[in-house]
Ligand binder design. Structure first.
Ligand code: FMN
Length: 169
């Protein structure tokens, strides 16, 4: 994996996140880790830092890992792994070992103290900066009805991007 500057990030964020389905991995060597597919989120700048925003519902097994660890990664895999990405987005780490099921490999980064997916084209290694529960009361009625029929709300996590690594193999 080659370290790159975010100044060299020329990708279409809408496509990469909305259609590319990155795999979010949260956790560290103390609490363990879990991975799930995401397609909501963004990349941008906040408080003078390069950040990613991700949205995780409280019901996800990943939720407890992102709550209890600062290490978060977004691994972007090519569409040759679409089936695997579907599995990370439909099975829960509570019930199955998604790494065994898919054959994808978690890679531990010692300095960073976090995990990402070895098969990715590129990864954003991040530290959690801030989180806030999406306030139900402030949502427009149509979004309340469509996305929040129960109290399983999303928490928004703002994560500072510490490293952009590209798989050049
Ligand atoms: C394409 C796709 C995108 C998804 N995006 C999100 C998301 O942004 N936030 C979220 O909370 N769940 C999202 N999910 C659902 C989780 O990935 C799914 O519930 C997963 O099984 C959770 O795994 P876990 O219980 O091991 O954490 C998405 C699922 C798919 C298939």
């Amino acid at each position: 994996m080659l370290k790159k500057s975010l100044n060299e990030f020329y990708k279409n964020v809408f496509n990469e996140i909305g259609n590319g389905w990155p795999i979010l991995t949260a956790g560290d060597n103390k609490i363990g880790y879990n991975s799930m597919t995401v397609s909501w989120g963004g990349l941008g700048v906040l408080w003078g830092k390069n950040v990613a925003y991700v949205f995780v519902r409280k019901s996800r097994h990943t939720y407890q890992f992102i709550e209890n660890s600062d290490s978060v990664t977004l691994s972007f895999l090519s569409d040759k792994y679409k089936n695997e990405k579907s599995i990370y987005g439909s099975k829960s780490g509570r019930d199955v070992n998604k790494f065994e099921l898919t054959g994808l490999h978690p890679t531990f980064d010692l300095d960073f103290n976090g995990y990402y997916i070895a098969e990715c084209d590129y990864v954003l290694k991040m530290k959690k900066l801030y989180s806030v529960d999406i306030p139900y009361d402030k949502l427009p009625a149509d979004l309340k009805n469509k996305f929040y029929p129960t109290d399983d709300m999303h928490t928004m996590y703002v994560c500072e991007i510490k490293q952009y690594l590209v798989n050049e193999e």
